[in-house]
Design a protein around this ligand. Structure first.
Ligand code: NAD
Ligand code: ZN
Ligand code: ZN
Length: 384
């Protein structure tokens, strides 16, 4: 089959790879009909996540058709159209029982933090992902969810990550009616977080980035205010000024390890790899939220440490909430939001690129070219 192959930082290509096989009676093999590239893939692509191995196939956002099932798969049948949450979760361990499906204890037993993730580094279990024609899906009785009749596949593929992550970013912010919410990062995740902040009763939503086309897009899509941090002396002072010098009620970090805006953070975090990526947006979040406020982090950082102003967290009495999104927990609610039109995920998709052109797709998304917000990859075997 044709599959993306990681060759090292900024080097990906499409290659022939062996077809995935059923390795466990609860596995399924899915023929991919759509997959996406995510900001999380960029951390791997740019060499920021330890133990990202040459030869791996990335891709944790995908939908497809069930082609084969193991002898103990009872909840799916061959031919089902499924959306597959990016977290690999058993559904049965103590963490899954709490709804912490991003922290499953079974799917990534050698790690103590994150559970398994499709197409990520070996710190997340080393599972090959969906930027391919076919993919092996473990725990097939639990994760894969049959796509509701009539749902647009472009909406369905965004339910595997972007929509639940944006929603959970807002949810973890504990937004109260009337709150001012600031979102750092106007990528697909930040834009969805800004959109979802309104659902929780925010009175004012502000998004901050430095890429003008994304700010314009966010303004229209999420109906929020949008500002360029490059045109401010200091984004923290800007937010204070905008909030009677108190700070925002809730600040969301939807940037993570690739953050720009501080030479010191970029050099130590992205060039010298002395910390787990650049923590610039997280700094700004901690310093611009009000005393007693909540910082919600969905931006991804590597497993090692980061330079963050922890003293300010203590002295301001902040609550920090963070996680990989628990996709399966949120799906029932989010499927309803998509069905009734409250959320329109496919509006984020700007590019449809054949899987064969994967190297171009990564470059366009990584370098923020051609007004790209979210690219979708289509394998030639997708058949629709
Ligand atoms: N927690 C989860 O479950 C989860 C799921 C999906 C993605 N993520 C993470 O969310 C983050 C965003 O993902 P995405 O797909 O939107 O990525 P993206 O790369 O498309 O977007 C990130 C945006 O942040 C902007 N940015 C850079 N530095 C900034 C700064 N200092 N302040 C404000 N904005 C800044 C960039 O210009 C870019 O537009 C990534 O870190 C990704 O790994 C987390
Ligand atoms: Zn993703
Ligand atoms: Zn589990």
């Amino acid at each position: 089959m044709r599959a993306m192959n990681y060759r090292g930082p900024q080097r990906v290509r499409i290659e022939d790879k062996p077809m995935p096989e059923i390795l466990h009676p609860e596995d399924a093999i899915v023929r991919v009909t759509r997959s996406c590239i995510c900001g999380s893939d960029l951390h791997l692509y740019n060499g920021n996540v330890p133990d990202t191995r040459v030869g791996m196939t990335f891709g944790h956002e995908f939908i497809g058709v069930v082609e084969e099932i193991g002898s103990e798969v009872h909840k799916l049948k061959v031919g089902d159209n499924v959306l597959v949450p990016f977290n690999i979760a058993c559904g049965k361990c103590a963490f899954c029982k709490q709804g912490l499906y991003g922290n499953c204890h079974e799917s990534n037993p050698e790690a103590t933090a994150v559970g398994g993730i499709f197409g990520y580094s070996h710190t997340a279990g080393g599972y090959n992902g969906g930027q391919a024609e076919y993919v092996r899906v473990p725990y097939a009785n639990f994760g894969p969810t049959v796509i509701p009749e009539g749902m647009d596949p472009d909406d369905a593929v965004l339910l595997t990550d972007v929509v639940p992550t944006g929603y959970q970013a807002a949810e973890m912010g504990g937004i109260q009616k009337g709150d001012t919410v600031v979102v750092f990062g106007a990528g697909p995740v930040g834009i969805m977080a800004a959109r979802c902040a309104w659902l929780f009763g925010a009175a004012r939503v502000i998004i901050i980035d430095h890429i003008e086309y994304r700010l314009e897009f966010a303004k229209n899509y999420a109906k929020c205010e949008a500002y360029n941090f490059k045109s401010m002396n200091d984004p923290v002072v800007f937010i204070k000024k905008e909030t009677d010098w108190l700070g925002a009620d809730v600040v969301i970090d939807a940037v993570g390890a690739e953050a720009e805006g501080s030479a010191m953070q970029s050099i130590t975090g992205r060039k010298m790899l002395l910390q787990a990526g650049s923590a610039t947006a997280l700094h700004w979040a901690i310093n611009s939220v009000k005393k007693g406020g909540i910082v919600s982090i969905v931006g991804v950082y590597g497993p090692t440490s980061n330079l963050v102003p922890i003293g300010n967290v203590v002295n301001k009495g902040l609550t920090i909430r963070a996680n990989q999104a628990s996709v399966k927990r949120l799906l029932p609610k989010l499927i309803e939001h998509v069905k009734n039109g409250t959320l329109k995920p496919k509006g984020l998709i700007t590019h449809r690129i054949p899987l064969e052109a994967i190297a171009d797709a990564y470059r366009i998304f990584s370098d923020k070219l051609d007004n790209c917000i979210k690219p979708v990859l289509i394998p030639s075997t997708a058949k629709y």
